[in-house]
Unconditional design. Structure first.
Length: 439
């Protein structure tokens, strides 16, 4: 009799487990990133699974060959439910119906739709695949001790007080010092023996796009059919950036940069005084133990930065779109992912930029991560000075245009093999047959 009772109890228990399993929705989430990002994402997923007992998300970290592996999954009929995706592939796949159109989900969810407008990836006019995984902007970092030693005022943190380009160049000259202690304004300055450079900047598109926008220039026409980096506005910016290296001698050459450490390490070791870079570098700077700060970029006509970041998407092959969107909202919630407080990501939700309490939850969560000027640079500057989306949000074929037309010309420009006008005229010629309009 006892054995029968035990068998019956075991049967009931098994049926309950089967019932619960049958009611549990399983989702696959694919993502890339460093081991640091992997750990943070896995903690977020653990929190989601614990707070959503009827949904189980399985994480699949793909640190290398992400595009190829996702393409294989899609081709094999086993796409993930939710995942990171690069901009060009995401927009192409949205057009082909491989990705879910999230327009109705955002429209019906006021909380989800309360995100930075510049973070949305839209196609076919009024459809959206969603937003960045996180927001990022381009800003100016600097070593405060080097500024103090040179007697130069810190870069402004408020857009209304931003340096003009000429102000910026003058500051960079005063901060560029040779081995004999002469700065680049001195007639005795030796550009062959530089001890500290005034500025370091990235040579990829994030380094020059906000400055081109600031000068009223653009990468392409609004309809995406005309290449415009050979315009006077864009060429002026690019020539001025080339001159930082070869005329003013305040920035290292590309060849020198290859043999130097990263800009944050150079700044810590007093080899560079300022660096243009993405917000994500706050994570690195905050761990280096020196006196650093952040400011807004120099400007031409209008103070301008850009908002950028690859999107997260939901695949149309998911059998559980409602649950997938529930996770979509959760996976970049700053209250669930510590990558925001630690300085790698910026929030997408407008409340973190407009509600002082939410701002404090982000910027003050971990002491010593964000400098005092962060509210000006990361809140006001982001809200009011990101007027134009980079072309990767809307230009068809953008990846090929850059790889086959823009990047080769920029390589020649940075190497001082061409003037900015010559380089951009060449880029325009190569880009012309690649221009296909907007998504």
């Amino acid at each position: 009799m006892l054995r029968i009772k035990r068998s019956f109890t075991t049967l009931i228990f098994s049926l309950l487990i089967a019932l619960v399993s049958a009611q549990t929705t399983e989702l696959t989430f694919t993502f890339w990133g460093s081991p640091f990002e992997k750990d943070a994402v896995e903690r977020m997923i653990k929190s989601f699974n614990e707070s959503h007992p009827n949904i189980k998300v399985r994480a699949q970290h793909i640190p290398d060959g992400y595009e190829e592996k996702i393409s294989t999954m899609v081709a094999g009929g086993t796409p993930p439910d939710v995942g990171y995706l690069n901009e060009g592939m995401a927009l192409q796949w949205a057009k082909e119906g491989i990705l879910q159109d999230l327009t109705p989900y955002f429209k019906e969810d006021p909380e989800a739709s309360n995100r930075l407008p510049a973070a949305y990836y839209n196609y076919d006019g009024d459809k959206t695949i969603g937003t960045n995984t996180a927001a990022e902007t381009i800003i100016l970092y600097y070593n405060k001790d080097l500024f103090d030693a040179a007697g130069v005022s810190y870069p402004p943190s408020k857009a209304a007080e931003a340096w003009t380009w000429d102000d910026f160049v003058e500051a960079a000259k005063k901060l560029t010092v040779d081995r004999n202690g002469n700065n680049a304004t001195s007639p005795d300055f030796n550009p062959e023996q530089i001890e500290t450079y005034g500025i370091s900047f990235p040579t990829w598109w994030g380094g020059y796009t906000p400055l081109i926008y600031s000068n009223g220039g653009s990468i392409a026409s609004d309809d995406g059919t005309e290449f415009q980096m050979n315009s006077p506005e864009a060429v002026e910016v690019l020539q001025n950036m080339q001159d930082l290296i070869y005329v003013h001698h305040v920035a290292p050459t590309p060849a020198q940069s290859e043999s130097l450490p990263s800009a944050d390490i150079m700044m810590q070791s007093r080899k560079v005084a300022m660096s243009i870079d993405g917000h994500w570098k706050v994570l690195d700077y905050s761990q280096l133990g020196f006196n650093w700060g952040i400011g807004v970029l120099p400007y031409y006509d209008e103070p301008t930065t850009i908002l950028l970041g690859a999107p997260s998407v939901i695949f149309s092959g998911t059998k559980h779109p409602e649950e997938a969107f529930e996770f979509y909202k959760f996976h970049n919630d700053p209250s669930q992912v510590d990558l925001y407080a630690k300085g790698l990501w910026m929030p997408l939700q407008l409340s973190y930029y407009t509600d002082p309490d939410k701002t404090a939850e982000w910027l003050d969560a971990i002491e010593g991560v964000y400098p005092p000027e962060a509210r000006d640079v990361l809140i006001d500057y982001t809200l009011n000075n990101t007027p134009t989306q980079p072309v990767f949000y809307w230009l068809k074929n953008a990846g090929q245009i850059f790889s086959e037309a823009i990047d080769p010309a920029m390589t020649a420009l940075w190497a001082n093999e061409m003037t900015a006008q010559e380089a951009m005229d060449q880029a325009a010629e190569n880009a012309a047959p690649l221009m296909q309009g907007r998504w």
